[in-house]
Design a protein around this ligand. Structure first.
Ligand code: FES
Length: 204
């Protein structure tokens, strides 16, 4: 009998909101898929863009980042900085031909246990339908994970760091907090580093 694929999902949860929401969901006996393995951060602003890429390279099928709602970050604007990092991750995944749905950043307050459960349940189902990393992508899994490891290395590089700092600064100066707007800033500011890294046989 064919068993259903159980995706491995790595979660980076903010201590003050999503982590507490997950905890309260457990205490309230709300059921959600057991596929999520959690790493607690004090704020999503601490998320290094290399970490989700490294997680995917190391065996995860998807990565979730959960933070406080925009405007409710305990460190002012950490979640907007997380959106900058997330935009880089999505750009890298697109260039590697990895389904965008394998990486999600979303919000839930500490009081929103049921909402957290809904977000994780829907995300897990979407990832389950994609199958193991490489299946939906039509690429050999090992090759893909190797490329993701190289991408994580690139994301730790100086050029990318500088690009992300500039993108974050412009985000604040221009008060451009939409996801599309932030993605455009990151693409523009990290264009050189991304072009220098782009692996052979992958789409720019
Ligand atoms: Fe939760 Fe910053 S403290 S995202």
């Amino acid at each position: 009998m064919k068993t259903e694929h159980q995706p491995r999902i790595l979660g980076f949860l903010c201590n003050w909101c999503c982590y507490t929401a997950a905890d309260s969901a457990g205490v309230g006996r709300y059921q959600y898929p057991p596929n999520l393995r959690v790493i607690r951060l004090m704020c999503t602003g601490r998320l290094d863009p290399s970490l989700p890429l490294e997680g995917l390279a190391a065996g995860a099928d998807a990565v979730f980042v959960g933070g406080c709602h925009p405007g409710e970050c305990h460190y002012q604007d950490g979640n907007f900085h997380a959106l900058v990092s997330a935009a880089l991750v999505h750009e890298v995944l697109a260039r590697l031909g990895v389904a965008r749905e394998r990486f999600l950043i979303d919000w839930a307050s500490a009081a929103e246990g049921p909402h957290f459960v809904q977000v994780i349940t829907e995300f897990t189902e979407r990832v389950r339908s994609l199958g193991r990393l490489g299946t939906a992508e039509g690429t050999d899994e090992e090759t893909l994970r190797h490329r993701l490891a190289e991408a994580a290395e690139m994301a730790r590089g100086r050029q990318v760091r500088i690009g992300l700092v500039h993108a974050a600064r412009e985000m604040i100066q221009q008060r451009e907090y939409s996801r599309d707007g932030i993605a455009a800033l990151v693409q523009a500011r990290c264009a050189k580093a991304l072009a220098a890294w782009q692996p052979e046989g992958t789409a720019p």
